[in-house]
Design a protein around this ligand. Structure first.
Ligand SMILES: [Zn+2]
Length: 228
């Protein structure tokens, strides 16, 4: 592992997206000395079938669950953008906001949704995936977003991008030693755990991902390196 890649920015659409897809990898990286920062774009304020639930109550519950999960993993900071669940758009403003955070945290590694997976139906997952990739371009040159540069948010070029949920993954992280923590972090998302056998399903998914690569459990990514 390259120890010079210290700062990791995780950009997710909803609470629990990162725990489902990359938490085992994040724990490995944190143990190796990397610092992980969460950006949670919406607070999942529409994901309930309870007729008495309000979006405000639900957002508060989901944020509390997300904080608890992040603490178990050792995530250093968490930022809630509190945009509307289900209504994210890949706008210039959203791109600029993510670029600001890439600059603010001097991200060496960015990790987010794969927006190009065929039949990626969730609009928020598409919008976050595309906006984060576009934000990397906007963050890396000082003539982009000059207002940010003027207040000291210097341009920065991340070295690596990882996409979870990739149609064509080309990078597999062995999470055999961290899957228990991943499951413990996921268990904090109590308002989202509707299936009683969720632990078995996550374990089976990780086993199926790892098996062809000689790993007991793995998480899969499309990895893009910007190193020249
Ligand atoms: Zn999601």
């Amino acid at each position: 592992m390259k120890n010079d890649l210290e700062q990791v920015l995780v950009v997710m659409a909803h609470p629990d997206d990162a725990e489902c897809t990359c938490a085992g990898t994040l724990v490995k990286w944190i143990r190796a000395g990397r610092r992980v920062h969460y950006i949670v774009c919406t607070s999942g304020d529409k994901g309930s079938k309870d007729p008495d639930m309000t979006p405000y109550q639900l957002a508060a519950i989901r944020e509390e669950e997300q904080r608890a999960a992040a603490e178990i993993l050792g995530v250093e900071t968490i930022t809630f953008l509190r945009r509307q669940d289900g209504e994210l758009e890949a706008s210039k403003a959203f791109r600029a906001e993510i670029a600001m955070l890439i600059r603010r945290y001097k991200a060496d590694i960015v990790i987010t949704h794969d927006a190009w997976r065929p039949y990626q139906l969730h609009p928020d997952h598409r919008a976050v995936g595309i906006s984060t990739c576009d934000a990397i371009v906007a963050a890396r040159d000082h003539l982009f977003l000059p207002g940010q540069t003027a207040i000291g948010l210097e341009a920065i070029e991340p070295s690596e991008l990882y996409l979870w949920g990739a149609a064509e993954p080309d990078h597999f992280e062995d999470i055999s030693e961290t899957i228990e923590l991943k499951l413990e972090a996921l268990s904090q998302h109590k308002s989202q755990l509707r299936r009683p056998n969720w632990r078995e399903r996550i374990r089976q998914w990780a086993a199926d991902t790892g098996q062809p690569h000689g790993m007991a459990y793995a998480e899969a990514f499309k990895r893009i390196s910007f190193r020249r």
